[in-house]
Design a protein around this ligand. Structure first.
Ligand SMILES: CC(C)(COP(=O)(O)OP(=O)(O)OC[C@H]1O[C@@H](n2cnc3c(N)ncnc32)[C@H](O)[C@@H]1OP(=O)(O)O)[C@@H](O)C(=O)NCCC(=O)NCCS
Length: 373
């Protein structure tokens, strides 16, 4: 392709829709949606710019920076740099997305170089990337977990390998078309409740967490960062408390998406043993997203995953009957969660690679480009 000139720069995040900087922010949001649609062959995963904004306005615990590349003044690519607030954390998460018509022009490299430079300055030497990998014929690169692979010839695979990343895990994106037959849900629910027994009851709510469950939910969110399978990524604990929960949920409401939660109450202790969360979009042509699902280790083996998920599907059908589909992402080795989802009717829609690179810290003895632990 003909070389074309472009420029890269950081965006100031608008404080509200239509505020200063909104047009650029919306253009970057559109890049995210277009790249995802290209990879998955469906637009159901799109988030409007309004829905994307809240995550950018709650930076206290997970700081993030947004960069774009422009060709002839038009935003055609974006990059995201995310860290934890802890300045001693080694981790930084990268995203680089270039509109298909502007690939192979060096934009992706320019944006990734920018992220590398920031990470080096901040000594964030462990970098993680989640990248969609559309299926393609030819040689495969397998995850070290033994579950799942990506096509070696894909652009994102070539790009990441060349930049020193190693594939650690493959995630399956799945979709469930709604509605699910109510009789089937009733059957799954009573079967799961029979195994769980009288010690466990399901609670469901819509929107922000009821005051009474804030501490329990904060613990469950924290455990989500350590108890879900993360293969060789070794991602760090992300600590939640009730203040963070209240602040982030309040911000998230302003974007228009609604959270539906079902949780398992452990009656003998009066504490929550697990939860599952759906995020409902403002436009029913897009998918409801299955967010976190977790059963605390000490409560596993009682069918609580199935019990809570079915309860939340029933809750969704009752509260938002117009919704048309649910999408979810699971580690390919997470057989228990996949088995629950498959039983409910989820089918695969695409795969994502989770990649990791460990760089030698700047100035360390014998630092040699990039190595993996
Ligand atoms: C991966 C992606 C960001 C690359 O963006 P890009 O602007 O095309 O990248 P560049 O032009 O800087 O290419 C850099 C190198 O990557 C490799 N590469 C990129 N696309 C490739 C392709 N289609 N085939 C083979 N190698 C490719 C090459 O080594 C290339 O260098 P070269 O052109 O000198 O041979 C882009 O394809 C994309 O947005 N994909 C979807 C989002 C994604 O998966 N991002 C993952 C990275 S965070």
């Amino acid at each position: 392709m003909e070389p074309r000139s472009f420029d890269v720069g950081e965006l100031a995040i608008p404080s509200e829709p239509a505020g200063p900087g909104w047009a650029d922010f919306a253009a970057a949001a559109a890049v995210r949606n277009a790249v995802e649609e290209d990879a998955y062959g469906t637009g159901v995963l799109a988030h409007s710019a309004e829905e994307q904004l809240p995550a950018w306005l709650t930076q206290q615990h997970e700081p993030r920076r947004l960069f774009v590349a422009r060709v002839d003044g038009v935003v055609v690519a974006r990059a995201v740099y995310e860290t934890l607030a802890d300045p001693t954390s080694d981790f930084a998460w990268f995203t680089v997305e270039v509109l298909p018509a502007f690939r192979r022009l060096g934009l992706g490299s320019a944006l990734a170089d920018l992220l590398d430079a920031i990470a080096a300055t901040e000594r964030r030497t462990v970098n993680v990337v989640y990248a969609m990998s559309p299926d393609a014929p030819g040689e495969r690169l397998w995850a070290p977990t033994g579950f799942g692979s990506v096509p070696v010839g894909n652009p994102e695979v070539r790009f990441l390998l060349r930049r020193g990343f190693h594939l650690e895990q493959v995630e399956r994106g799945s979709i469930l078309l709604l509605p699910v037959a109510p009789a089937a849900l009733d059957g799954y629910r009573s079967a799961a409740q029979a195994v769980a027994g009288d010690d466990y009851a399901v609670l469901s709510w819509t929107g922000p967490t009821p005051q009474r469950w804030l501490d329990d939910l904060a613990l469950l969110y924290t455990r989500m960062s350590t108890d879900a399978p993360t293969a060789g990524l070794h991602e760090p604990e992300d600590v939640w408390d009730s203040d963070r929960l209240v602040a982030e949920q309040a911000a998230s409401c302003t974007g228009g998406r609604v959270a539906l939660v079902s949780a398992a109450l452990h009656r003998p202790s009066g504490r929550l043993a697990g939860f599952t969360e759906l995020s409902v979009p403002t436009d029913p042509r897009r998918s409801v997203e299955q967010d976190d699902t977790l059963v605390l280790r000490e409560h596993r083996g009682h069918r609580l995953g199935m019990l809570m998920k079915v309860a939340n599907l029933q809750h969704l059908a009752q509260q938002f009957p117009e919704q048309t589909a649910i999408t979810t992402f699971n580690a390919e080795e997470n057989r228990y969660m996949l088995a629950v989802n498959e039983a409910l009717g989820f089918v695969p829609m695409g795969y994502e690679g989770a990649w990791r690179r460990v760089s030698a810290a700047a100035g360390s003895a014998g630092s040699s480009a990039t190595t993996d632990s």
